[in-house]
Design a protein around this ligand. Structure first.
Ligand SMILES: [Mg+2]
Length: 154
């Protein structure tokens, strides 16, 4: 049974304004269009294909879903973080056991190692985060290694 720790930007969604942006750069108000899209005042967030079903209908070997992001805005309460709003608006909060929202200096592998749980899997697109997690003996899946969330089998 795996405890899956999910990155957000470019792992479960991509965000766009004039060009591609981080979720933290999108501005209120937000409005859900459908299970794959949230509109923002200055752009939109697009959830990756297959992710909605991946989190709502977990594979039998998944014990928990957890969020770990280094994409939080500075000096901002959790409830005012765009990413948190997206998770809430998409209806994902009931499926999420833990949420770790940190700013960009945060090293995920150092944190996950301290949980001392061999069943953790980090899914992330960032090579620096993946390398650090591997060095700390945390299992990882590179988001760049699969095309859609329909293709993943833990
Ligand atoms: Mg990312």
């Amino acid at each position: 049974m795996f405890d899956v720790w999910l990155d957000l930007d470019k792992t479960i969604w991509n965000c766009y304004s004039e060009s591609e942006v981080w979720a933290k750069q999108l501005e209120f108000p937000f409005k859900v269009v459908d299970s794959q899209r949230i509109n923002a005042a200055n752009g939109f967030c697009e959830v990756h294909e297959g992710f909605d079903s991946f989190i709502r209908n977990p594979q039998s070997n998944i014990k928990s879903f957890n969020i770990i992001t280094a994409g939080a805005k500075y000096h901002t309460f959790l409830e005012d973080q765009p990413s948190y709003s997206f998770l809430s608006l998409l209806g994902y909060l009931p499926y999420i056991s833990n949420m770790v929202f940190k700013t960009k200096e945060f090293i995920k592998g150092d944190f996950l190692k301290q949980l001392n749980n061999p069943n953790i899997i980090l899914i992330d697109d960032d090579d620096k985060q993946l390398d650090n997690a591997r060095k700390n003996n945390v299992q990882v899946i590179d988001r760049k290694s699969f095309k859609t969330w329909k293709d993943i089998n833990l």
